[in-house]
Design a protein around this ligand. Structure first.
Ligand code: KIV
Length: 303
C-alpha cells in the first residue's frame, strides 16, 4: 500500500561521492553496508545479518537514476515493486501492472546499480494460475531483467509456487499480511492480523512461506506486537512495512519516503525529504526565467 493508493540512465558512478550512508553505523567489517563493496548483496548476506541481529533497509526503485542514488547511499536491497503501478505508471492500483512493464523497470534498476540485491515483483496474474506459470515469469525477470530474486504475494495459498521457484533456483521474497494485489477482494487496504483468528492465520502464512523456501518475508500492515512475535519465531528475515520496529528489516515506497507523493500518505510512512516541493519550485523558477528571458544566460550559450 502506498500513498497514491490512498488517494537516459545515469550511471551509479556519477553524482555523490559520499561513502555509503550506513557504513559508520553498521556492526563492524562484516555488515551488509560496510562489509560488502565489490559484489551484489546475496541471500546469504541477509541470512547472516539476521544471525547477528543487524537490521537493514529496503526501498522501492523503478528507474536506473533513482536506483543508483539508493545504491550509492548503501541501501542493500532494492525492490522493483509493482507499486510502480501507482508511483511511476499512473495506475490507481497495482492490479493493471504487466510482466512487460515489470521487466523493463527491473532491467533499468539492475543497470543503475552495482551492490544492491534487486528484487523484482511478480505482478497480479503472473503467478496465481499455477506454480509453473510463476516459474515461467520469475525466470523471465531473472533472464531478461537480471534481478537477483523475485517477490510474490500470499502465504499458504502461494506456498506451492514458492516451493517450485526455490527448488528451481529462484530466490523468493514472500509478502503476507496486507497484499495490495487483492485490493478488490479485501475491499481496500485494511490492517491484517487483528484478532485471534487473523493473527493465527498470519502466523501460519509466515511459517508456510518459510517452509516453502522463501529467503525473507514482507509483513505489511500488521500490528507491531504480532509482527515482532512472527519475527522471533522465524529463521528468515522479516521486512516490515506498517509492521512496527520489531521486524528484522524495513521497506518503504521511495516516493512516499522522499515526499514525492501527492496527497495523504499512510500512517506508517515517515517522509525524510520533500522532493515534490523542491522539484516543483525548480520547475516554476525555470519557467519564470524562460518567460523573462533570463535563461539561458550568456554562460549557457555557445559562441
Ligand atoms: O510493490 C511494493 O512496493 C511492495 C512493497 C510495499 C512491499 O510490495
Amino acid at each position: 500500500m502506498n500513498a497514491s493508493q490512498l488517494s537516459p540512465a545515469q550511471t551509479p558512478d556519477q553524482g555523490s561521492t559520499q561513502a555509503p550512508a550506513a557504513a559508520v553505523t553498521a556492526s563492524g567489517g562484516h555488515s551488509l553496508y560496510g562489509g560488502v563493496t565489490n559484489r551484489r548483496v546475496t541471500v546469504r548476506d541477509l541470512a547472516a545479518a539476521k544471525q547477528r541481529g543487524e537490521r537493514w533497509a529496503m526501498l522501492t526503485a523503478y528507474d536506473a537514476l533513482t536506483a543508483g542514488v539508493f545504491d550509492e547511499a548503501g541501501i542493500p536491497v532494492l525492490l522493483v515493486g509493482d507499486s510502480a503501478g501507482n508511483c511511476a505508471l499512473g495506475y490507481e492500483s497495482t492490479v493493471p501492472v504487466t510482466m512487460d512493464e515489470m521487466t523493463i523497470l527491473s532491467a533499468a534498476v539492475v543497470r543503475g546499480t552495482k551492490r544492491a540485491m534487486v528484487v523484482g515483483d511478480l505482478p497480479f496474474g503472473s503467478y496465481q494460475e499455477s506454480p509453473p506459470q510463476g516459474l515461467r515469469n520469475a525466470a523471465r525477470l531473472m533472464k531478461e531483467a537480471g534481478v537477483g530474486a523475485v517477490k510474490l504475494e500470499g502465504g499458504e495459498r502461494s506456498a506451492r509456487t514458492i516451493e517450485l521457484l526455490t527448488e528451481s533456483g529462484v530466490p523468493v521474497m514472500a509478502h503476507i499480511g496486507l497484499t495490495p494485489q487483492s485490493v478488490h477482494a479485501l475491499g481496500g487496504y485494511p490492517v491484517q492480523g487483528r484478532g485471534d483468528e487473523a493473527a493465527h492465520r498470519l502466523q501460519r502464512d509466515a511459517k508456510a512461506v518459510q517452509d516453502a523456501g522463501a529467503f525473507a518475508v514482507v509483513l505489511e500492515a500488521v500490528p507491531a506486537e504480532l509482527a515482532a512475535h512472527v519475527t522471533e519465531t522465524l529463521a528468515i528475515p522479516t521486512v516490515g512495512i506498517g509492521a512496527g520496529v520489531g521486524c528484522d528489516a524495513q521497506v518503504l515506497v521511495w516516493t512516499d519516503m522522499a515526499g514525492m507523493t501527492a496527497g495523504r500518505v499512510p500512517k506508517f510512512v515517515k517522509q525524510y525529504a520533500n522532493l515534490r516541493a523542491v522539484l516543483g519550485d525548480a520547475a516554476r523558477e525555470y519557467a519564470e526565467e524562460v518567460r523573462g528571458a533570463t535563461f539561458p544566460a550568456p554562460e549557457h550559450a555557445f559562441k
